[in-house]
Design a protein around this ligand. Structure first.
Ligand code: C2E
Ligand code: MG
Ligand code: MG
Length: 652
């Protein structure tokens, strides 16, 4: 068996060598593997994990670190492609290699090797200029896009780098390309997000502006006005100065809209907005009134209403001067598309803290004061007082009730007989409106006509009176007796109503009323307000065939000469002159003159408010034909008036 043993040994020796080499090889491979794992592990760093290490510089630095684990380059440079497809050296190690890697690459660019390397998917090894080292060029590209070029210098000793190492180099640079690509995507997304954010911010700013500003004038609207006021009140520490809330409302602005159209109305509001803005926010007004521009808030509150907050005013006198200035700007002639429009306005003022401790109360009270200024004849201002509040509150309640009253059928027409002195006959009556208020009982016109006039309700109400009177006249006609003539009062607002004549004509025709049985009364002051318009209006009304009377005569300032121009039938002597005759010599003289003048103009005279026999006798002596007053009868509900008429006729 020795030969067997020898044989075994003979074979065993070379096997040992093989084994040894094999072990060495395995060790090497193992080493290589752990080294490769190390490289691959460090490769994930290239991609970065947050915003900051995702920029080109950190990607390239990480890529370089990773490469260094594979092959230690003496020098390395990373070129990236910019938008114009030119290659720039973005990262180099060591830095500042003027005569280094960049100079080598310059040569390759010139001799076309660089361009050639771009199209290779593997490393291209080239001799350096001095042929002492090797330059490796390797494109950095994804499957679809070239992102750059890597250039590295290998010393003589490193030149024999293994193929495996070069393969790893390719893998690392391939990943670098993807990292660059995703970084570019990220930055694009970032940029888009920033743009999007900017757009949304701008849009939301615009929305806030729209929500808080008036579209027409671009002034702050009510929302911002109230908000500003609340903020000012909350911030107030110095109690030695005042804060004034000023509300301004144009008088009769509706008329501008009605006559010139809404477009012109809008234009005028815009004009006023600009004017007010210029005066209060840019002119020397703040200097003039010693106010910080920041302490003035101007706003369009809606419709024809503007608001002004003055903060930190030293004295109420200053508020008054500012308000007078404000009124001065509005109350004058304005040019709207060639039309001259004369405006007036009413202003209400409330002062913090006296007239309210919060925005709501201050605005409510300034509003009440403004309403009061309007009631008192417009084109003026009023400071808020407690009395105003209770009064305006009552007015508001009344206004509310009044709106519903017509629909609820709460109105009634009373008739006050007019008696012919010669014959003692009831020849007619004045229709006088009464309101049967559900709680307060019968209300005389003095309690509601002014508000009906102010709110415009009078137009509908007046028409209703006419319809009612016409219906009553036809009832009386059916009674068989001679129908009396009925006087109807026309208010100033109705007198200006553009469709009044058509409306009246329609009712008279529809009800088949004899227009000669109707008389329309207009007060002297209504006529005298605008005599030119009045002449035309009288002519139109006259064309309806109705009689026309001047009511409350003697209280206005009409010259008798003027009367000649009007187609008038009747003069009604005001009760205030009648009540003191015959004792008051002045009144007696006035009534005497009025009756004489009326006779010379061939007008009929009706004396109002006759209460006593003395008054009656005095009037009879003057030759006054008709009287109306408590002496004969108070205003009566229709049925009573009807009974009276029929009884009278029966006994006549
Ligand atoms: P007016 O047109 O001057 O009416 C005469 C007023 O004097 C009536 O008051 C009447 O009741 C009152 N009166 C008549 N005789 C006497 C008297 O002997 N002594 C006293 N102290 N008063 C007398 P009334 O009904 O309260 O109406 C007041 C005013 O309301 C009217 O004054 C008229 O201007 C207005 N009015 C009444 N009805 C209407 C209407 O339907 N439309 C319009 N627009 N105004 C009306
Ligand atoms: Mg009257
Ligand atoms: Mg009268």
């Amino acid at each position: 068996m020795p030969s067997e043993v020898a044989k075994t040994w003979h074979h065993a020796l070379p096997d040992m060598e093989v084994m040894k080499r094999r072990v060495e090889h395995l060790e090497k491979t193992n080493q290589w593997h752990s080294y490769a794992m190390d490289v691959l592990g460090s490769m994930t760093a290239i991609f970065g994990d947050n915003q900051r290490n995702r920029d080109t510089q950190s990607i390239l630095r990480n890529a370089h670190e990773c490469l260094n684990r594979i092959i230690s380059f003496d020098e390395a440079g990373f070129y990236t492609v910019d938008d114009e497809s030119s290659f720039d050296l973005s990262y180099a190690q060591p830095d500042g290699t003027e005569a280094g890697i960049d100079a080598e690459v310059e040569v390759f660019i010139r001799n076309g090797m660089f361009a050639w390397a771009i199209n290779q998917n593997h490393p291209v090894c080239l001799p350096s200029r001095d042929r002492q080292s090797t330059i490796i060029l390797h494109v950095i590209s994804t499957r679809s896009r070239i992102r750059g070029m890597f250039a590295g210098r290998l010393s003589e000793e490193q030149a024999g780098t293994t193929e495996a190492a070069l393969k790893l180099l390719s893998i690392v640079l391939f990943n670098t390309a993807y990292a660059l690509e995703s970084a570019a995507l990220y930055s694009l997304m970032d940029q888009q997000q920033r743009t999007l954010k900017k757009i949304t911010e701008r849009q939301s700013e615009e929305l806030v502006h729209q929500y808080s500003h008036d579209l027409l004038t671009n002034l702050p609207n009510r929302v911002l006005f109230v908000d500003r006021l609340e903020q000012l009140i909350a911030r107030r520490s110095a109690r030695d100065t005042n804060l004034a809330v000023i509300l301004l409302d144009l008088d009769n602005f509706k008329r501008v809209n009605d006559s010139l159209g809404h477009r012109a109305g809008d234009l005028l509001i815009k004009l006023l907005g600009t004017e007010l803005h210029r005066t209060f926010l840019t002119e020397e007004i703040s200097r003039r009134f010693d106010l910080e521009p920041a302490s003035i808030t101007l706003s369009r509150l809606g419709g024809d209403e503007f608001g002004l907050i003055l903060d930190g005013v030293e004295s109420l006198d200053l508020v008054v001067r500012a308000v007078q200035h404000l009124i001065g700007i509005i109350s004058r002639e304005h040019d709207v598309e060639g039309h001259q429009v004369f405006l007036t306005c009413s202003v209400g003022i409330s002062v913090f803290p006296y007239d309210g401790e919060n925005a709501d109360t201050l605005i409510k009270n300034a509003d009440a004061a403004m309403y009061d200024a309007k009631q008192r004849g417009r084109n003026s201002f009023r400071f808020y007082t407690r009395e105003i509040n209770s009064q305006t509150y009552r007015q508001l309640i009344l206004e509310n009730d009044l709106v519903k009253a017509l629909a609820r059928n709460e109105f009634e027409v009373y008739y006050q007989p007019q008696v012919e002195l010669d014959t003692g006959r009831v020849i007619g009556a004045e229709a006088l409106l009464r309101w049967r208020h559900p709680e307060k009982g019968i209300q005389p016109p003095a309690n509601f006509i002014a508000i009906a006039e102010e709110t415009g309700l009078i137009e509908g109400l007046g028409l209703w009176v006419l319809q009612e009177v016409c219906a009553d006249l036809s009832r009386l006609g059916r009674d068989g007796a001679e129908t009396p003539r009925i006087s109807i009062n026309l208010s100033a607002r109705q007198f200006r109503q553009s469709n009044l004549v058509e409306q009246y004509r329609a009712v008279i025709q529809e009800t088949g009323t004899d227009p000669g049985r109707l008389e329309l009364e207009l007060t002297e002051s209504t006529i005298m307000k605008d005599i030119d318009i009045a002449v035309g209006m009288f002519q139109q009304l006259h064309s309806l065939g109705v009689r026309l009377a001047i009511d409350d005569f003697g209280t206005g300032y009409s010259s008798l000469n003027n009367l000649k121009h009007f187609p008038i039938d009747t003069l009604k002597v005001d009760r205030s002159f009648v009540c003191d005759i015959p004792d008051d010599k002045d009144d007696a003289a006035i009534v005497t003159a009025i009756v004489a003048m009326a006779k010379s103009l061939h007008l009929e005279v009706v004396a109002e408010g006759v209460e006593t026999r003395e008054q009656l006798e005095f009037l009879r002596r003057l030759g006054c034909e008709i009287v109306q007053g408590y002496f004969y009868s108070e205003p009566l509900p229709f049925e009573q008036f009807r009974t009276l008429l029929n009884g009278w006729t029966a006994t006549a």
